[in-house]
Write a protein that binds this ligand. Sequence first.
Ligand code: 0RA
Length: 653
Amino acid sequence: MANSYSAADIQVLEGLDAVRMRPGMYIGSTGTRGLHHLIWEIVDNAIDEAANGYATEITVTLKKDGSCEVTDNGRGVPVDIHPQFGVSAVEVVYTQLHAGGKFSDKNYAYSGGLHGVGASVVNALSEWMVVDVYQNYAHYQQRFESSTDPKTGKILSGHPVAPLAKIGNTRKRGTQVCFKPDARVFEDTHFQTDLVRRRVRELAYLNRGVKFVFTDERLKDPAERTIEYCYEGGLADFVKYLNTDKNVITEPIVFEASRDGLLVRVAIQYTDSYTESIYSFVNNVPTPEGGTHETGFKAAVTKAFNDYARRIGALKEKDNNLTGDDFREGMTAVVYAGVKNPQFEGQTKGKLGNTEVRPVYEAVCSEQLSIYLDDLKHQDAAQRIVEKAVKAARVREAARKARNLARQKNELEAAPLVGKLSSCTGRNPELNELFIVEGDSAGGSAKQGRDRRFQAILPLRGKPLNVEKKRLDQVLANEEFRSIITALGTGIGEEFDLTHLKYNRVIILSDADQDGAHIRAILLTFFFRYMRDLVTEGHVYIGMPPLYKVAKGNKTLYCYDDNALPAAIREVGRGYTLQRYKGLGEMNPEQLWDTTLNPDGRRLVQVTIEDLAEAERRVTILMGDKVEPRKAYISAFANFNRVDDFKPVTVEA
Ligand code: 0RA
């Protein structure tokens, strides 16, 4: 044990104990996100070393024992004795809170990290951590542990087991950090393969030319364990990837420039679709809620393209400017900002707050876009973009008229439209639930079986329109969607306002067959495209009707998946009857209540969007108009509309 440690060390350890007392303050939460944050904190240091030009390769390995190992081939954390602390710099970095910042300042121009809390926090929240440094032909190692103090019974967080020691010779260079998250801290210490792999891939796109190697040693299939990501094209490759399954109408428009300490990097590629997908980042951290960089970018796009449209005469003097939305229709963009002291705002810290960023970001983008647009070799592309925007403006105008019409019509025909809806009697939206039910017959059973105090039923006739292939005006003309929009009360698209939502839970109830899956996918696509906050704020659920009923005498068991059937049969015993439900319509009102409506016992899956880019891609694949990628996807995942395409979480409802 570490009995050679000085008073200064005790202080250090107390710092780490504070992290253990309040992990949330340092890593946001002790749930999935906080757990994975440990990895990104360590990876950030490796990326800094690469960004400074010293490392070219970074590996992230999920080990069988539940630990995670991160390596880089950089200079290696310094091993000399730190004058202030009297221990090796390695020990300072991994035991001293905020050592990263104090230690470096100048080297780390655009240091990453959402919380930027440093590697010592990871150590504090780990059962153990081992750091290996390969430097000047020597191999050094130090191990840290969080163990119980035999005298006090308290946990000593992340204390060195021994000083840093040279343990061998090597020709390697770099740093290797391996840590095992402490089960006493985290609700669940299991690293999620997909989550880590996707983020590593994202980092590879954001850090051009750096080779990232992701390995999950826990996977059964050796062929699936390792994957390398390295993109020489950086953001240009990123937008191309995001557009994989769309029809692109331009090559990526890319630029990069620094001004007043701000780094601007942008890649834009237009497709023939009607959707806008902007992915913004600050110092490698996604900012799904946007912020000042994104606002600056959008303003620049509107200005630069309008100016250009006037220059080429696509807009005449008398014409109004086109709107930002017009120019962003069909746009896929990655918008990256390197910011010195980023302020992250919003509930999930997903928004850049620095006000000084906006004007600079906008000015740089305006200039760069003008340069692009004025270049002779870009005239074809530029004209296609302007033509598309002019068309979008025309449709926007038509949609506005359609919407007004729909509104007037709604007022006139309110009764027949909402006539399909059986509303609930309770007036508290917090408690109310809307079931969107496939088919009139199931709708009828649901109306009779529900608890009318808080459950409303909206039956859908046949298949709703696939909105992915339609524009807003066509969506609004569709009666099924009009009923949904009217029932929810929120409005749609730009006019969407979550505060007007009349139901806290919107529950999709469709049959457990291919048709039901298709209807569900269409509805989810509709919510994803036109009412995204409904999904991101957790209001959308999928109801899971039972697949089987096993009964004998007065004993009845329902099974919600095939795996549960044998146990149910065993429990009911010999002489049972087995019914397989092919659709909701086969259940009478009481059965529907017992199995699907009653909050006490029903199965609901909450729909969340964990990864916006992936959700976007899958919606495009499943609902868009390219047939080949859809076929490929469907044959890869036989059960094609699995709800987990949307990363659901089962909730106790
Ligand atoms: C040189 C000096 C310093 C740190 C590093 C290299 C370094 C740190 C890490 C962390 C992971 N991999 C690394 N590779 C190199 C200390 C001075 C400073 O903080 O800039």
